[in-house]
Design a binder for this molecule. Structure first.
Ligand SMILES: O=P(O)(O)OC[C@H]1O[C@](O)(CO)[C@@H](O)[C@@H]1O
Length: 533
């Protein structure tokens, strides 16, 4: 079965489709024509179209990975931990959840969540994935695992045998991997950007080592790849639907999985692909990941609902994208590139993500800002951007509720509310319920992201997209902190610096932000969910 697209109630302006046919976009895209997105995007596009070749070029990985997995299993190394951010970990998480095989994805700096990953070492092999080799979260996690294996008594050679590395040729991590004596190093195609790398070594290596059938992924992608030159392919129709929705005022895409054999967690992967590809130059498509097709936020005048794994539900406007996971990855990548042309942006760069990273480094150097709370109610410390809580009586019994009302009232027409939780997405999973609870309170789109993971996904959209976002940042006290070996900071200070760095980037854009710091995470989350009931 290949990729299929159905749509209900979606108005597609005829010129959108006709123009793409007239410009021969389908044939030019599969020929990797870098001029498709205009002169400003040409240099970047020229080195970012390798994802079209992956169904063929990844084939050779399949056998090699089967061999490596059997070696690891024979040595009792059947717990795979993946350290990677954004495009270096989102696809393997979807692949393994859908295949029902265990993979520990460590894409956080939360001290508790990192500490939980540093256990069960006797069975553990660690995949360190980073295209650039310069991502601070991944580097910190690598350092922590090196130290943990040493503390467990492994000698240098044994420690090296517990690491598999995926990176770009010539990256700092490629050198580090050699110096570490890593068991295997996979050098990925440098002409594939992170969010387009699902079918590359970044998607396949961790997934295969965890036991997923990556041969089927490649087969299903290859079957679609043979159709992509056809202007009527389902992938092209998906790109037209995304672009047409944007052109007709539906610039938010609600994503939910459905159907008999639903892909698990697809929205979290598609979120980075779409937000980081389109959210720039003051425009873009905002993905809104829904807990289910019926979850609040799937229908509003500025929203298009997309079901992954099922037909488009009536009355719409909605689309349904069916097909196996390998075809979904390739199809959505192709559609995003087409939508980028319709929106008139470069879908391959991420100009605004470095800002938060630079802010974080500056704060790590200068020390965390000492911002006293405006009030503390129960387990919740309240801080906010200037003016947001003017006139709000925080000393009253329902001060927290009033503060939340002020935040919701600040969301402008066609705006959105983004919840950003710098917490432990396993132990503090209940915080994820905040999205639906807030979405039931306002007509606007409400998104949820675990920090710092979202900084590598929707973070680009928050800073480069339309400046109509309002932000709820939730941070939390943590138990024992964890050092980052040979670095002048701990995981706890790194996490706090990342949150502060993003607050600065948003404050510099005068975006309203409410910062709730939970002095007791479970109690604080309980308080928030109670007032939102
Ligand atoms: O694979 P790397 O280089 O560690 O980057 C991780 C992620 O960070 C980003 O560069 C953006 O922050 C993403 O595009 C990328 O997928």
């Amino acid at each position: 079965m290949s990729l299929g697209l159905t749509s209900t109630g979606l108005e597609v302006p005829e010129p959108v489709a006709a123009q793409l046919r007239q410009d021969d976009v389908a044939a030019r895209l599969v020929r990797k024509d870098a001029t498709l997105w205009g002169p400003d995007a040409e240099n970047e596009a020229a080195i970012r179209l390798g994802w079209l070749d992956l169904p063929a070029s990844s084939r050779s990985l399949v056998t090699q990975l089967a061999q490596l997995r059997s070696e690891l299993v024979a040595e009792g190394l059947d717990r795979v931990v993946l350290c990677g951010m954004g495009g270096s970990s989102l696809a393997p998480e979807v692949i393994c959840r859908t295949a029902g095989v265990p993979l520990v994805v460590l894409d956080t700096t939360d001290p508790g969540q990192v500490a939980d990953a540093l256990t069960d070492l006797a069975r553990t092999v660690v995949v360190i994935s980073s295209k650039s080799g310069g991502t601070v979260e991944t580097d910190s996690q690598r350092r922590a695992f090196l130290a943990a294996f040493a503390e467990a008594g492994l000698d240098e050679q044994a420690i090296g045998s517990r690491f598999v590395v995926v990176t770009d040729p010539g990256s700092p991590l490629a050198e580090t991997a050699a110096a570490m004596g890593a068991r295997a190093v996979f050098l990925a195609d440098p002409t594939v950007g992170g969010r387009y790398s699902a079918l590359s070594a970044f998607g396949l290596v961790p997934s295969a080592l965890a036991g997923a059938d990556v041969a089927a992924l490649v087969d299903d992608a290859e079957e679609l790849a043979e159709r992509l030159a056809d202007p009527g392919s389902a992938a092209m129709e998906l790109g037209i639907a995304l672009g047409a929705a944007f052109r007709t005022g539906r610039d938010k895409l609600a994503l939910a999985e459905a159907g008999e054999t639903p892909v698990q967690g697809f929205g979290d992967w598609a979120e980075q692909l779409i937000a980081e590809s389109t959210g720039k130059e003051g425009r873009g498509i905002l993905p809104v990941v829904l807990e289910s097709p019926e979850a609040p936020g799937g229908s509003a005048p500025d929203v298009l609902l997309a079901l992954v794994g099922a037909q488009a539900p009536a009355p719409g406007p909605s689309i349904g994208v069916t097909g196996p996971l390998g075809a979904q990855f390739l199809g959505w990548e192709y559609a995003t590139a087409v939508a980028g042309r319709i929106l008139g942006i470069n879908p391959f760069d991420q100009p605004n993500v470095t800002e938060s990273k630079e802010n974080t480094q500056a704060i790590l150097g200068a020390g965390l800002p000492d911002e006293q709370p405006m009030a503390t109610i129960g387990a919740v410390e309240i801080r906010a951007t200037r003016g947001l809580l003017d006139g709000v009586d925080l000393s009253s019994h329902d001060g927290l509720s009033l503060a939340m009302d002020a935040l919701l009232a600040a969301v402008p027409t066609r705006g959105y509310l983004a919840v950003m939780a710098y917490l432990d997405r396993v132990r503090d999973a209940r915080a994820g319920e905040l999205r639906a609870a807030l979405a039931r309170r306002i007509e606007h789109a409400v998104t949820f992201g675990w920090g710092p993971r979202f900084l590598h996904s929707t973070g680009q959209y928050h800073k480069g997209g339309p400046q109509v976002g309002v932000f709820l940042q939730v941070t939390g006290a943590y138990g024992p902190d964890l050092p980052v070996p040979d670095q002048p900071y701990t995981f706890g200070t790194l996490q706090a610096a990342q949150a502060a760095g993003d607050r600065k980037a948003l404050a510099d854009r005068d975006r309203p932000l409410l910062h709730l710091h939970l002095t007791d995470r479970a109690a604080g989350i309980g308080q928030l969910l109670t007032i939102l009931r």
